[in-house]
Design a protein around this ligand. Structure first.
Ligand code: NAD
Length: 484
């Protein structure tokens, strides 16, 4: 404990006392980073800002650790535990980084400008502006895919941003309190306490598992008269949930859900979300209306309007409907190499996961380091060109040319898959891990402990690790909070 506390104190002090930073330098190139998600944050973590002016533009002034978002929706974690202010990262950089809370509205790849609008609730005199970039890191992520299904936007909760998790929690607790209102009919109680989760991808599965835990570990004692009425249905259009996991783990998840009394409705499609029900198309194509109190929409993502607009400006090169086409160095096709795109807004051969985006961010930080080195070598060589033909200058030129040739050779991005993990409730998790040349598929309580430690070590800061561990401890001691 003493050693642990010492280490923690050391990191906390380091975190709290950033050193002095270099100011903005007009002679250096400017990198504008759009976004503060997995891709952007891991880039910022690794980026040496000595040689660049860096400006981050994002509608949120924080990074959200998305894998633990379903835990917030049931009150296992408090929101702040999985948020990390972007300035926590940038304040430790050698050169000052500007963090601007704003939504980018337009990118002009020819003029090399970005226009963005203030997203703050209290606005000053300037609410929109345009800036110039030398390099643009386009890491804007994706938005919820509704497939234009009627009522989704109006009546369902999403599970993408922090507000979504908070709204889901409030809605669920509201349903519980309405169901507890005296004189409520049995049908109305059953409706209010029916939770429909749409989408059997990892988000939908993890959320269903978390709601089940909330029910078993807390609601049974908080609302004993209602607990038996709570029902969770997971609706998936495909023949099985978690299509990206191995068959063995899909079966394990299905049997765990069966035991947990979570209904999995596969080959079933949500056709409409109404105020008090969902309209389902069953496997035999018949249509049914199912009453429910809460619908959570976890049916996948699509690219944002700004991404569509940017792609439309380069129609010959950007034709992939899934997102931005990049080359093996993450440079956006059709540009002169000044736009790098990464993460969920791109269409690559990799799944749009946090793991891919964060590896791309780390890779890009190394690319920028190399580009700075190249620029410096080129500048030095140019200077020598004008210098008198002294012997030393000749020797230096030769060595610089060799270094330059090396610096000009970029290594392509290579993704190294570390495995997939998902929590499925009942203190069980599943893991598909690359193991030597094969695959190790495991599920159960030990995997759950592995899941916990993997997520804790993946959290970007010691501060967040402490906050998450404290919340887990609080829930073990006192249970989840049911106040709204
Ligand atoms: P997803 O795209 O993986 O899954 C959405 C599911 O919704 C699909 O299976 C789709 O068939 C289904 N669906 C779509 N429309 C439907 C409808 N009208 N009715 C019924 N079902 C419908 O989405 P996700 O779970 O949010 O994941 C997004 C990405 O993030 C994926 O790449 C995923 O692997 C990754 N992710 C990974 C983890 C993890 O590994 N633990 C956790 C969360 C997300």
């Amino acid at each position: 404990t003493i050693v642990g506390s010492g280490v923690l104190y050391y990191y906390a002090q380091k975190d709290r006392s950033p050193g002095p930073q270099l100011p903005h330098d007009p002679t250096k190139k400017t990198i504008v980073v759009l976004g503060s998600g997995w891709g952007a944050t891991s880039l910022l973590k690794g980026l040496d800002t000595t040689e660049y002016n860096v400006i981050v533009v994002s509608p949120k002034n924080y990074f959200l650790f998305t894998p633990l978002l379903p835990s917030v929706a049931v009150g296992t974690l408090t929101p702040k535990a999985i948020l990390q202010p972007t300035r926590y990262v940038t304040r430790h950089k050698p050169r000052q980084v500007s963090v601007i809370e704003a939504t980018a509205t337009n990118v002009d790849p020819i003029a090399k400008t970005v226009t963005f609008a203030d997203t703050s609730e209290i606005q000053g005199q300037v609410s929109s502006t345009t800036i110039q970039y030398d390099y643009l890191v386009y890491a804007v992520g994706a938005e919820v895919q509704t497939f234009n299904i009627p009522g989704v936007r109006e009546n369902a909760c999403f599970m993408k941003e922090m507000e979504d998790a908070e709204k889901t929690q409030r809605r669920f607790l509201d349903c519980l309190e309405s169901a507890a209102f005296p004189g409520q009919s049995k049908e109305e109680i059953d409706r209010l306490l029916h939770v429909v989760v749409v989408g059997g991808g990892p988000t939908g599965v993890e959320l269903s598992g978390e709601i089940h835990d909330f029910l078993e570990e807390d609601l049974r004692s908080w609302y004993p008269e209602l607990a038996n009425h709570i029902r969770i249905s997971l609706v998936e259009a495909l023949p099985s949930v978690l299509p990206s996991f191995s068959k063995q783990l899909i079966e394990y998840t299905e049997s765990t859900f069966k035991e947990a009394k979570i209904d999995i409705l596969t080959k079933t499609m949500v056709k409409e979300v109404r105020e008090k029900s969902v309209v389902l198309q069953k496997p035999d194509k018949s249509i049914v209306e199912v009453p429910c109190g809460l619908v959570v929409w976890a049916a996948g993502n699509t690219h944002r309007k700004i991404t569509r607009d940017l792609m439309a400006k380069l129609p010959e090169h950007q034709t992939n409907r899934r997102g931005i086409t990049v080359d093996e160095y993450l440079r956006m096709a059709g540009t002169d190499g000044s736009i790098f795109a990464l993460g969920d807004c791109t269409a690559t051969s990799y799944a749009p996961t946090a793991q891919v985006a964060s590896q791309q961010g780390r890779y890009l930080a190394r690319v920028f380091e190399q580009l700075a080195k190249r620029d410096n070598l080129q500048a030095r060589l140019q200077l020598l060109e004008t210098a008198p033909e002294a012997e030393e200058a000749k020797a230096e030129k030769g060595s610089l040319q060799k270094q330059l040739a090396k610096a000009e050779k970029l290594r392509p991005f290579h993704y190294s898959h570390q495995g997939s993990l998902a929590y499925i409730g009942s203190e069980k998790a599943i893991a598909d891990l690359p193991f030597f040349n094969g695959n190790l598929a495991t599920g159960g309580v030990a995997t759950y402990l592995f899941w916990r430690s993997a997520y804790i070590s993946n959290l970007f800061s010691w501060r967040n690790r402490v906050l998450v561990l404290t919340d887990w401890g609080k829930v073990k001691l006192f249970g989840r909070d049911v106040s709204r």
